[in-house]
Ligand binder design. Structure first.
Ligand code: C2E
Ligand code: CA
Ligand code: CA
Ligand code: CA
Length: 278
């Protein structure tokens, strides 16, 4: 009996140690959560403000804890990027989106699905094979995929990033520069990376119609996009006044709470099927 008690004590002790280690090691905790299906994609619609039609969505990750609470990416994305967990996480989101949206998207080939990548993704060409594998065999076509690279974080090697972007474009994948106006790149990323789409940050959209200087920045970004043959998407559009200000400037694509927040898959699919007959 004492031997059994000792073994039990060891087992309990080991479990406590494992639990403590998992608590102390965010990478291991996030990997467990991924295995457990706790990271789920939400989908924020992107609309054509001229026609009211849905052009596609941006995938935004949510961490749904076992207690049902939802954690926003602001609380864990930095950690995920620092630890390298962002690589398996991104692929898992792509697989889930491909599976969940596949039937809806294959019936509507013009819809786009945007994924956020981080600076580290643009250092190695591994991401190219991964994207080709996932979407080569899925009901979402490569031509429906948009990859977003943020200008918020510095790209260590701009030539490698540019080469990776060009190879994506060769596969029919579109690439967007995200958070334009906020970041390290300044104009240089816009000029050097050769992206297809410019996403103008909420910071500037907020000021549309209010502050003259920010309005001037938006005007020059739109002008630059036209010269560089890029599409423009306005981010974080919250009011009808902003929609009107964008319309006057000829910007057609927008996303923001004025239209819809990021939605769970079932709600986004319902919305698309109601608004966009196949
Ligand atoms: P982001 O890529 O700039 O995404 C847009 C953020 O603005 C999202 O926040 C979205 O929910 C929020 N948003 C959209 N419309 C409005 C609006 O009208 N008003 C306001 N106030 N906010 C709006 P979220 O989902 O919390 O994501 C925050 C950031 O986390 C994202 O910013 C992105 O940088 C990062 N992120 C999210 N999902 C992923 C992911 O799967 N991978 C990577 N690498 N980063 C991600
Ligand atoms: Ca984004
Ligand atoms: Ca953004
Ligand atoms: Ca942003």
């Amino acid at each position: 009996a004492t031997a059994a008690a000792a073994v039990l004590g060891l087992v309990v002790g080991a479990l406590i140690v494992i639990a403590a280690r998992r608590d102390a090691d965010p990478m291991a905790e996030m990997q467990d959560a991924l295995d457990n299906g706790e990271f789920i994609p939400h989908y924020q619609p992107i609309l054509d403000i001229d026609t009211g039609r849905i052009l596609g969505c941006e995938v935004l990750v949510r961490w749904r804890k076992p207690d049902g609470s939802i954690v926003s990416p602001g609380a864990f994305i930095d950690q995920a990027e620092r630890s390298g967990f962002i690589f398996p996480l991104t692929l898992a989101l792509m697989r889930q989106a491909a599976q969940e949206l596949g039937p809806t998207y294959s019936a509507r080939p013009k819809l786009k699905c945007g994924f956020n990548l981080c600076a580290a993704h643009f250092k190695h060409d591994g991401i190219i094979t991964d994207v080709a594998t996932i979407f080569g065999a899925s009901a979402i076509q490569l031509s429906q995929v948009l990859l977003e690279v943020t200008e918020r974080d510095p790209l260590d090697d701009i030539d490698t990033a540019r080469a990776i972007i060009a190879r994506f474009q060769g596969m029919g994948v579109k690439v967007a520069l995200d958070d334009v106006g906020t970041g390290h790149g300044g104009m240089s990323y816009l000029l050097k990376l050769g992206v297809d789409v410019m996403k103008i940050d909420k910071l500037f959209i907020d000021a549309l119609g209010a502050e003259r200087q920010s309005t001037a920045i938006v005007d020059s970004l739109i002008d630059l996009a036209a010269h560089l043959n890029m599409d423009v998407v306005a981010e974080g559009v919250e009011t009808f006044a902003q929609v009107e200000a964008l319309r006057r400037r000829g910007v057609r694509s927008a996303q923001g709470y004025v239209f819809a927040p990021p939605l769970p898959g079932s709600s986004f699919i319902q919305l698309v099927e109601a608004m966009e007959p196949a």
